[in-house]
Design a protein around this ligand. Structure first.
Ligand code: ASP
Ligand code: MG
Length: 457
C-alpha cells in the first residue's frame, strides 16, 4: 500500500562522509518500505557553482572533473566493493563525463545561460544518488536511482527557482516509484531539481531537496516524510540569538511554513505546501542525535499553553516607503507600484499601507534595484521615496495567535520595556503569525525579550 510508504530526505550535512552514508544505510535497513531523496554530498553544489561562475580554463575544468571523480569514487570505495563498486564506478565516471562535456561546451561558447547553469548544478545530486544507491546495494538492499528529470518531477517557473507541479508529477511518478518499492527496492531520487514541460532541467532553489522530498511524498501518496538533518528540529527561537531555545515537539503546517519563510533554517519554505496538500506528516530528525524525537509537522492545529511556539527573525532587510499624493489611494495604486518591484525581480517580504504611504520590506541587497525600479513612478502619482536600512524582521508564531486576546500586548510590552522601537508591523495576514521590524542593532535584545516572556530565560 502506497500509504505505508515513508519518504526520507537526507541532506548534504548527513552525507558529509562515508560514515554519514553508512548511517543512512542502517536507518533504511530498519524500514520495510522506504523511498529516499538525497542532496549532493556536502559542499559539492557550492563547488560546482563556484567553478562554473568563475573564470573557466581547460586545465581548470580538467582538474575540477578529476576532483569530482575522486571525491565520489573515493566514497564508493568506502561503502562498497566487488561488482557493486565496479558497476557504480562506471556509472559515476559516465555521469561526471557528461558533466564535463557540458562544462566544456560552456567554456568553448563562452556562454553560461540560466538553463545551462541549472543543468550543471544538478550533477551534485546525480552523483550522490549513485553513491548512496551503491551503499544500499552493498548492504543487501537493492536500490534504484531515479534522476528527477527523467522520473519526471515536473516543474514550472524559472530555471533556478522553479515550482513543482504536483498533479502532473504524481501521474507518472506514483506508478514508477511505488512499483519499485512494491518489488522491495529502495528508490533513490535525486533532490534539488526537476524538469519543465520543455524538457529542460530546472532547480527548486538552493537547499531545495526538502521541497523535492515533499513533492515525491505527495507523488507517492506517502503518509510520512522524514527530513534527516544535523539539528534536532524547530526550536522556540534561533539558538544563535537565544541560548535557552528549546525543541518544539509539534507544529501545524501553517506554523512551520511561517517559521520557514521567516528565518528558521530548518525546512525549505516551500516544503510545507506539497505535504499539506497530500496530508503527509513531516518529521524532522537529527542524524547525529538519534534519541531525539525531533519536530512533527501535521495538519493538527494544536494551541500551545502560551499560544506562542517560536520566535524567528530575518536579518539584513530594508524598508522602502513610497508616498502617494492625492491623499487616499486611487484603486489600483498598490498593484501599480508593486508591479514595478515585481518586474525588477524584487522580492517583497512584507508590505503595509496607509492613506498616504505604502511601505515595502525588501532584502537590503535588493534595495538599490527596488529604488531604481520605482524611479519612474515619481511625479506619476508618487511624491517621494524614502529608504531605511539595517532592518530586521521578527516573527512570532503560534496557532490561535490571531484569535487570542493579549498576545500582541505581551509581545509589544516585552519589546518596549527593552526600550526598543517597532517599525513596520503586520498582523492578520496569517492567523498563526505576527511580524514586525526592529533595527538590526537591537535584534538580539528584542529576540531575548520576547522569548523570555513566553518561555522564561
Ligand atoms: N545541493 C543543493 C544545495 O546545496 C540542494 C540541497 O542541498 O538541498 O543547494
Ligand atoms: Mg546543500
Amino acid at each position: 500500500m502506497a500509504q505505508d510508504a515513508v519518504v526520507m530526505k537526507f541532506g548534504g550535512s548527513c552525507l558529509r562522509d562515508s560514515g554519514g552514508i553508512k548511517r543512512l544505510v542502517s536507518i533504511v535497513s530498519g524500514q520495510k518500505r522506504c523511498t529516499i531523496v538525497v542532496s549532493a554530498i556536502s559542499g559539492v553544489t557550492d563547488s560546482i557553482e563556484s567553478e562554473i561562475t568563475g573564470r573557466l580554463s581547460e586545465s581548470g575544468i580538467e582538474s575540477f572533473i578529476k576532483q569530482l571523480t575522486e571525491k565520489h569514487i573515493g566514497l564508493l570505495r568506502e561503502v562498497c566493493s566487488g561488482r557493486t563498486l565496479e558497476q557504480y564506478s562506471k556509472d559515476v565516471r559516465k555521469t561526471v563525463g557528461k558533466f564535463g562535456r557540458i562544462l566544456y561546451g560552456v567554456y568553448y561558447t563562452g556562454e553560461l545561460t540560466q538553463r545551462m547553469k541549472a543543468l550543471l548544478m544538478s550533477y551534485g545530486e546525480r552523483l550522490s544518488a549513485r553513491v548512496v544507491a551503491a551503499a544500499l546495494d552493498a548492504s543487501g538492499r537493492q536500490a534504484r536511482v531515479f534522476d528527477s528529470d527523467t522520473l519526471p518531477l515536473l516543474t514550472a517557473g524559472s530555471y533556478e527557482n522553479a515550482n513543482g507541479l504536483l498533479g502532473p508529477t504524481r501521474r507518472i511518478a506514483f506508478r514508477k516509484l511505488n512499483a519499485a518499492a512494491d518489488r522491495g527496492m529502495v528508490p533513490v531520487v535525486t533532490g534539488f531539481f526537476g524538469v519543465n514541460r520543455d524538457g529542460h532541467v530546472t532547480l527548486l532553489g538552493r537547499n531545495g531537496t526538502d521541497y523535492s522530498a515533499s513533492i515525491i511524498a505527495y507523488a507517492m501518496g506517502a503518509r510520512n516524510l522524514v527530513i534527516w538533518k544535523d539539528v534536532d528540529g524547530f526550536l522556540t527561537a534561533d539558538p544563535s540569538f537565544v541560548k535557552g531555545a528549546k525543541l518544539i515537539e509539534e507544529l501545524s503546517y501553517g506554523e512551520a511554513s511561517e517559521l520557514s519563510y521567516f528565518g528558521a533554517n530548518v525546512l525549505h519554505p516551500k516544503a510545507v505546501e506539497p505535504a499539506e496538500e497530500g496530508n503527509t506528516r513531516i518529521r524532522i530528525l537529527n542524524i547525529d542525535n538519534p534519541s531525539s524525537t525531533g519536530t512533527l509537522v501535521t495538519s493538527v492545529r494544536k494551541k500551545a499553553v502560551g499560544i506562542v511556539k517560536s520566535v524567528s527573525c530575518l536579518e539584513n532587510l530594508a524598508i522602502v516607503r513610497v508616498y502617494v499624493s492625492g491623499g487616499g489611494f486611487q484603486s489600483g495604486t498598490l498593484s501599480y507600484i508593486s508591479g514595478f518591484l515585481g518586474r525588477a525581480g524584487v522580492n517583497i517580504i512584507s508590505a503595509t499601507t496607509s492613506q498616504t504611504c505604502i511601505a515595502f520590506l525588501v532584502l537590503e541587497t535588493e534595495l538599490g534595484i527596488a529604488v531604481s525600479s520605482l524611479r519612474e513612478t515619481v511625479n506619476r502619482g508618487v511624491e517621494k521615496i524614502e529608504t531605511e536600512k539595517h532592518v530586521a524582521l521578527m516573527c512570532v508564531v503560534g496557532e490561535g495567535l490571531g484569535t487570542t486576546k493579549g498576545i500582541a500586548a505581551k509581545v509589544f510590552t516585552a519589546v518596549s520595556e527593552g526600550g526598543i522601537n517597532v517599525g513596520m508591523m503586520s498582523a492578520g495576514a496569517s492567523r498563526a503569525a505576527y511580524h514586525f521590524t526592529v533595527k538590526m542593532d537591537v535584534l538580539n535584545s528584542a529576540m531575548n525579550a520576547v522569548h523570555s516572556v513566553f518561555f522564561g530565560d
